[in-house]
Design a protein around this ligand. Structure first.
Ligand SMILES: [Zn+2]
Length: 335
């Protein structure tokens, strides 16, 4: 990791002992695998979007409680199980008449959290549901496909991380973030204390988008200091990769909000929604100013043609870099 990233992570996790900024640290053991960001496979990520669109075409959409959402959950569960992750579903009921849907909760084979609920664990989340009559490929097929690709890449790391990762695919984000709230409510104090940080991804490939990082420190609460450092680490990862990025004001309308009371570092990357792109952003990244980041936001045209895969990969690699740094820091600090 770079010296700056090390400092940011040290602020995030005070237990981290930064070593000298030795360029050799980036490669480590000559037999070790490349960094996580380099293990991500764009074709595999795209393949998941193709599969999600096919399921949405078959079922109409991926609305929470729908057959389309259940079919997508089955598909993603099978992929995570094939990687050796321990997958559970958390059934959620609500409304009148009573309806049922599930969060997917998958814990890595590495680290100790699959066996011991009090072992340290880093959370990576994305919402699986979409709006009615919509394939929901950018919102949020891209986030789901990215989180699965991170799981795939993490499974290739050699040596394997010492700290666990848990993938969370939330139901019912679109109508009130019910899935993420129910997940947080289900945690006992030992499970909540074990969480190192929570990184959320939502809408990574907006066609007229821009790399945006939500200002986690802005959320306030007990975890604000760590969230600010996590936000800066994401921005730094983008800057180190030569990409432009901007801070986004904290929003309560994402799954991150449910995790506020846990006092853990929170951050979120995003390619933009229904708001207009600015002139500065168009100059820095390309695209058209004064036009929404995603003209198909929550409409039937949010399909495979509505994705900028370059932007998806840029944002996913930034999450990968920060994820790997957090896992190393948590291992050094003993969680
Ligand atoms: Zn979304």
């Amino acid at each position: 990791m770079s010296g700056l990233t090390c400092l940011l992570l040290a602020a995030l996790l005070p237990i981290l002992a930064c070593t000298d900024d030795d360029p050799g640290d980036d490669t480590g053991d000559p037999g070790a695998s490349p960094p996580l960001a380099d293990l991500l496979d764009q074709d595999a990520l795209w393949g998941r979007l193709v599969a999600l669109e096919a399921l949405a075409t078959e079922h109409g959409d991926r609305l929470a409680t729908s057959a389309g959402e259940a079919a997508a959950l089955d598909l993603l569960r099978a992929e995570l199980q094939s990687l050796g992750w321990s997958v559970q579903t958390q059934e959620i009921t609500w409304g009148v008449p009573l309806r049922t849907a599930s969060n997917l909760v998958a814990t890595s084979p590495f680290g100790g959290a699959a066996q011991d609920p009090s072992a340290p664990v880093l959370l990576l989340g994305a919402h699986l549901d979409g709006v009615r009559d919509c394939a929901a490929i950018n919102d949020n097929g891209t986030g789901v496909a990215a989180v699965l690709e991170l799981a795939q890449g993490l499974s290739l790391l050699d040596p394997a991380p010492e700290v666990s990762v848990r993938v969370l695919l939330f139901t019912h984000e679109e109508w009130g973030r019910v899935g993420s709230y129910r997940y947080v409510q289900s945690l006992d104090p030992a499970q909540a204390d074990a969480i190192v940080a929570f990184l959320n991804v939502d809408m990574l490939g907006s066609k007229n988008g821009f790399p945006l990082v939500m200002d986690g420190g802005d959320l306030g609460g007990e975890g604000a200091e760590g969230s600010e450092a996590l936000t800066e680490a994401l921005g730094q990862a983008l800057a180190d990769a030569g990409q432009p990025w901007e801070l986004l004001d904290a929003s309560t309308s994402v799954d991150t909000w449910a995790f506020m009371d846990l006092g853990i570092p929170l951050a979120w990357v995003f390619a933009g929604g229904s708001e207009d792109k600015t002139e500065e952003q168009a100059q820095a990244w390309g695209g058209t100013a004064d036009v929404p980041y995603d003209v198909c936001y929550h409409t039937a045209c949010d399909d495979l043609d509505n994705v900028d895969m370059e932007l998806v990969m840029v944002l996913t690699r930034a999450v990968a870099t920060v994820t790997e740094g957090l896992l190393q820091a948590a291992a050094v600090g003993g969680g």
